[in-house]
Design a protein around this ligand. Structure first.
Ligand code: ADP
Length: 183
C-alpha cells in the first residue's frame, strides 16, 4: 500500500535558503549561484556534504574553510557548515525549507529532478529551487577543475583566487610525495 505523503505545512515566508553540495572544490559556478541566491534570500547556508563514497581532493574542513574565506565579506548573510546524512534532516535543523540547486545543462536535469522528487517525498514542506548556471560557467565542474589543475593546466578563470592557491598547494604536495625515494 502506498503511504500518503504529508500535506505541506503553511508557514511564514522563508528568509533562509540552503545550498548543499560537495564543493570539492568551490568553483566560479558555485560562487555565482551563492551570490545570486543571496540577492533573493536574506541568508544562504552553504551546506558542505561529507560523502565518504566520493574520492575527495580537499577534506571537508578544507572545503568549508575555502568557502568561508571566499564569502567572509558577506558576514552573516552567507554561512558555511558541514553536514552528513539526509539533506532534508539537515534542512529541518535550520529555519529554512528551501533547497537551492544549480542547473548547468539538460544532463544535470535528470539527476536533480530525481533528487528534488525524493526530497519532496521525504519532506513535502521543503521546496527545491533551481537557478540556471550562467552561460560562461556552464562547462565548469569541480571534477574538471581538479583534473586540469592537477595536470598543471590553468584554471584561473574557473575558480576564485583562494581556491586557485589551494589547488597549487595540493599539486606541489602531490609532486613532493611522488618525488620521495622509496627507501
Ligand atoms: P553535488 O556533488 O551535490 O552535485 P557539487 O559541488 O558538484 O555537489 O554541486 C553543488 C551544486 O552546484 C549542484 O546543484 C550543481 O548542479 C551546482 N553547480 C555545480 N557546478 C555549477 C556551475 N558551473 N554553475 C552552476 N551551478 C553549478
Amino acid at each position: 500500500m502506498l503511504m500518503k505523503a504529508k500535506k505541506p505545512q503553511k508557514s511564514s515566508p522563508v528568509t533562509t535558503a540552503v545550498f548543499p553540495g560537495s564543493f570539492d572544490p568551490l568553483t566560479n559556478g558555485h560562487v555565482d549561484i551563492i551570490e545570486r541566491a543571496s540577492e533573493i534570500f536574506k541568508r544562504v547556508i552553504v551546506a558542505v556534504l561529507f560523502n565518504p563514497s566520493k574520492d575527495a581532493l580537499f577534506s571537508q574542513g578544507e572545503r568549508v574553510e575555502l568557502i568561508t574565506r571566499q564569502f567572509a565579506r558577506y558576514k552573516g548573510r552567507v554561512s558555511v557548515v558541514s553536514f552528513s546524512g539526509l539533506l532534508v534532516d539537515f534542512v529541518h535543523s535550520t529555519d529554512s525549507r528551501v533547497i537551492i540547486r544549480g542547473l548547468r545543462a539538460i544532463s544535470d536535469f535528470d539527476y536533480e529532478a530525481q533528487m528534488a522528487l525524493i526530497n519532496r517525498k521525504l519532506a513535502p514542506q521543503i521546496e527545491t529551487f533551481f537557478l540556471t548556471a550562467r552561460e560562461e560557467h556552464s562547462y565548469i565542474s569541480s571534477t574538471v577543475v581538479k583534473q586540469v589543475a592537477l595536470l598543471g593546466g590553468d584554471v584561473s578563470g574557473m575558480v576564485p583566487k583562494v581556491v586557485l592557491d589551494a589547488l597549487s598547494k595540493k599539486r606541489l604536495e602531490r609532486d613532493r610525495l611522488r618525488a620521495k625515494p622509496l627507501f
